[in-house]
Design a protein around this ligand. Structure first.
Ligand code: 13P
Length: 287
C-alpha cells in the first residue's frame, strides 16, 4: 500500500538522515528502485514529473504499476508515490488517480498566489491523508523544458508557506537540476540555516541531488534537509550501462536483442546508484 511521505520524513528529520526521492520513468526504473529500497530496508519516495507521467501513459497507469509491483514483489518498506514539480491541475489529477503525495510548485507565482493555491491543496490533501510539498525560490537548471535561475529562497517567505501546514518544503539554496556547471558556487548553507531556524521541525527538501558532493549532502542533512531528490544520476547510469552493453555487441545477434536482456545492465546500474545514495543519505535500515 502506498503511504503519505509525512511519517517517514518526520522520522528522518528527528533522526538526522534523509529519505531519497528517486524519479521513475518506466517499469524497469520502478522495479530497480523498489527492490533496492526493500533490500536495504529503507523508506523511499518515487518521484513522477508531469512529463514522465505522460510518457508512462498517465497517472492512473503509474498508480496501477506501482501498486501492482508493491504487491507482487512483496515490498514491505514504506513507499510514497509523489508528483514532482506539479502544476495545480497536475496535483488535482494525481490526487484523483491515487498518488499518496504531491508537490505543488508555485515558486513562479507571486508569493500571495503561491500561498492561496497552496492553501487550497493543503485542505484537499489533508482530507485524503496525503502529503504535500511546496516550493519557495526556484531551483536552477532544466526540468521538463522549464529553466529556473537557481535563486536562494527568502527565509521569511519559507516561514509563511511552512506555517500554512504543508508537509515538507523545498527551498532554493543555490541547487540546480541536472549536472552542476564547473563554476557552481555550491549550496548556500547560510540560507539553509536561516530557513531551518524559521521553519523549525518542517522537513526541508533538497532538489537537484545529482552531483552534489557527499560532504555538502551531509552538511545539508545536519541543517534540516530530510528529503533529497535524485533524477539525472539514475538516467546517466542507466544510459551508460545500456550503451556499454550495445557497444560491446553483447550477443545482439543471439538472444541479446531480448529487451529483458538489453535493459538488464541499466536496471543493475540504477540499483547501484540508488544504493549509493541511500547509504549516503543515511536511510538504510530506517524502514
Ligand atoms: P537531479 O536531476 O539533479 O538529480 O534533480 C532531481 C530533482 O530535483 C527532481 O525534482
Amino acid at each position: 500500500m502506498l503511504v503519505s511521505a509525512k511519517e517517514m520524513l518526520t522520522k528522518a528529520k528527528a533522526g538526522h538522515y534523509a529519505v531519497g526521492q528517486f524519479n521513475i520513468n518506466n517499469l524497469e526504473w520502478t522495479k530497480a528502485v523498489l527492490l533496492t529500497a526493500e533490500e536495504l530496508k529503507s523508506p523511499v519516495i518515487l518521484g513522477v514529473s508531469e512529463g514522465a507521467g505522460k510518457y508512462m501513459c498517465g497517472y492512473k497507469t503509474v498508480v496501477g504499476m506501482v501498486e501492482g509491483m508493491i504487491e507482487c514483489l512483496g515490498i514491505t518498506v514504506p513507499v510514497a508515490l509523489h508528483l514532482d514539480h506539479g502544476s495545480y491541475d497536475g496535483c488535482m489529477a494525481c490526487i484523483e488517480a491515487g498518488f499518496s503525495s504531491v508537490m505543488f510548485d508555485g515558486s513562479h507565482y507571486p508569493i500571495e498566489e503561491n500561498i492561496a493555491k497552496t492553501k487550497e491543496l493543503i485542505a484537499i490533501t489533508a482530507e485524503k491523508g496525503m502529503s504535500l510539498e511546496a516550493e519557495v525560490g526556484s531551483i536552477g537548471g532544466e526540468e521538463d523544458g522549464v529553466i529556473g535561475a537557481g535563486e536562494c529562497a527568502d527565509p521569511a517567505e519559507c516561514k509563511m508557506i511552512a506555517d500554512l501546514g504543508v508537509t515538507m518544503l523545498a527551498a532554493g539554496i543555490g541547487n540546480i537540476h541536472g549536472k552542476y556547471p564547473e563554476n557552481w558556487a555550491g549550496l548556500s548553507f547560510e540560507t539553509l540555516d536561516a530557513i531551518q531556524q524559521q521553519t523549525g521541525d518542517m522537513p526541508l527538501v533538497l532538489h537537484g541531488g545529482t552531483g552534489i558532493p557527499a560532504d555538502m549532502i551531509q552538511k545539508a542533512i545536519s541543517l534540516g534537509v530530510s528529503k533529497i531528490n535524485v533524477n539525472t544520476e539514475c538516467q546517466i547510469s542507466f544510459a551508460e550501462a545500456t550503451r556499454k552493453y550495445i557497444e560491446e555487441g553483447k550477443d545482439l545477434q543471439g538472444k541479446g536483442f531480448d529487451p529483458r536482456k538489453l535493459l538488464a545492465p541499466g536496471v543493475e546500474a540504477i540499483k547501484a546508484t540508488v544504493k549509493e545514495k541511500m547509504e549516503l543519505f543515511g536511510s538504510v535500515g530506517k524502514a
